[in-house]
Ligand binder design. Structure first.
Ligand code: PMP
Length: 482
């Protein structure tokens, strides 16, 4: 099949029109014949370049083409089912093909699929903004939309800088970030992140943030509490603010969990102190809740656990229940007012994306918020979080597990070579990948972060599925650390 397909694509002496027709016919005829994972994988590899992947890996590591999703499960073309334990990159919170979100989207498509948001508006985006203002921390009152997480981070950075400019403080051009942080892949978002794996190569292209050591509690001393360590680390942030406030627009953090930074976690006290210090030194606080928002850490937003309101809250992923690319930056009136003036003053925020506030994305988001409201999700998640903790307790004493950590619906297990002397596995050994491969063979999608295996499942998971995941991870980790 594949060779016929490649042959046709490679035909050189036909006209462009012929090639198009030829491709179409070829694809259609294959639709009726091709049905296995192998067929789809070959066809995929002919034409696709996958995200965050060394494509050569797929010479040995099978790519899994998914035929359909239902609830917690993804099913491939060979009929294998996988528990989506990572919510398809942390986006899916109420399961695949959720009937309520599906219905909302179908209705919206028949009403209005998209409209320019500059100068025009629509019902779904107005309703969603009202709902977001009511559920986000107090004081957040205005919603600015983008269409993915990285873009929301870019919006917050630009808005913060521009706010200070409008306020007559043009020197506030820098940003403070945390070591091991992650805020996306576009250049400014990458610049305020600190995961070398994604950032190092592009360093020549990036602005330079002021990076402060993370409160990541993995690094605490033996016997030291999360709270004490986070407080101790905060002293470094306070010093940076003292020294640099005059040139800093904002501090950007991922509240409570540095997700892409290997699911490292810290105590909410850090955020409480950070809010106080940002107020004291006149610096904005950007809370990137793109991964942790919408119930992940045990509260609707992670900032709630620190009892704080940031100046900018970035949301995406779970916002649409994981259905569609939509993101939003929620900010307060003081920021909004600093841009509100006669056009000629050139104070307006002239930033836009074509799909800003897409109605279908908004409809999915409204249905998602409805589910939170009607299904007692936050309370139910406490039971599920406890089940995750219980199922994974056995890992604590595993000879090659250095840490089992959890915030709400995220539980991470970190493998280590030598537990006593804290010697890490060589990253080239790709131990996490071994767990991933074993898990696939057992019907679970456990995409690792380096040597960390983690569960970040949709909230519709049940205790039996949690126990199954823990069993799979247990054997997988045993095999990977042999
Ligand atoms: N911020 C955080 C905290 C994230 O986890 C991510 C995505 N993993 C992003 C920003 C970027 O979002 P996107 O991939 O939609 O650009």
């Amino acid at each position: 099949m594949a060779s016929v397909f490649s042959y046709n694509l490679a035909t050189q002496d036909t006209t462009l029109y012929d090639i198009k027709v030829d491709r179409l016919q070829n694809t259609q005829s294959q639709e009726t014949i091709m049905s296995s994972n192998k067929d789809w994988m070959q066809r995929d590899l002919n034409v696709l370049w996958h995200p965050c992947s060394q494509m050569k890996d797929h010479e040995t590591l099978p790519l899994i083409p998914i035929k359909h999703g239902k609830g917690i499960y993804l099913e491939d073309f060979d009929g294998n089912r996988y528990i989506d334990a990572v919510s398809s990159w942390w986006v899916n919170i109420f399961g695949h093909a959720n009937p309520r979100i599906n219905d909302a989207i179908k209705q919206q498509i028949d009403t209005l699929e998209h409209v320019i948001l500059g100068g025009f508006s629509h019902e779904a985006v107005i309703r969603l903004s009202e709902r977001l203002v009511s559920v986000t921390p107090p004081g957040l009152s205005k919603c600015f939309y983008a269409d993915n997480g990285s873009s929301a981070v870019e919006v917050a950075l630009k808005m913060s800088f521009h706010y200070w400019l409008n306020k007559g403080k043009p020197k506030k051009q820098k940003f403070i970030n945390l070591s091991n942080s992650y805020h996306g892949e576009t250049l400014a978002a990458l610049a305020v992140g600190d995961v070398a794996l994604y950032k190092e190569i592009y360093e020549p292209l990036l602005m330079q943030p002021i990076t402060v050591p993370s409160p990541d509690c993995y690094n605490r001393e033996a016997g030291e509490s999360w709270e004490d360590y986070s407080l101790r680390q905060f002293e470094k942030m306070e010093t940076a603010l003292q020294d640099h406030a005059h040139e800093v627009a904002a501090v950007i953090v991922e509240p409570l969990i540095q997700c892409a930074g290997n699911m490292r976690m810290y105590h909410p006290i850090y955020l409480t102190r950070l809010r106080e210090a940002c107020d004291k030194y006149g610096v904005h606080l950007i809370a990137d809740e793109i991964a942790v928002g919408f119930g992940r850490t045990g509260t609707l937003f992670a900032c709630e656990q620190a009892n704080i309101s940031p100046d900018f809250m970035c949301l995406s992923k779970g916002l649409s229940g994981g259905y569609l690319p939509i993101s939003v930056v929620v900010t307060h009136d003081e920021v909004y007012d600093a841009f509100y003036d006669d056009y000629e003053t050139m104070r307006a925020f002239l930033h836009s994306h074509s799909f800003t506030g897409n109605p279908i994305g908004c409809a999915a988001a409204l249905a998602t918020l409805d589910i939170f409201e009607s299904d007692n999700v936050i309370e139910n998640n406490k039971v599920l979080s406890k089940a995750m903790a219980d199922a994974c307790h056995r890992f604590v004493d595993h000879p090659h597990v250095s840490d089992v950590r959890q915030h709400g619906m995220v539980l991470a297990i970190e493998m280590i070579k030598d537990k006593k002397n804290k010697i890490e596995y060589d990253w080239k050994e790709r131990r996490g990948l071994r767990v991933y491969e074993y898990a696939l063979s057992q019907g679970a999608l456990l995409r690792p972060l380096s040597n960390v295996t983690y569960f970040m499942p949709p909230y519709i998971i049940d205790e039996e599925q949690i126990n199954k995941l823990a069993d799979i991870a247990w054997t997988g980790i045993n095999l990977a650390t042999k």
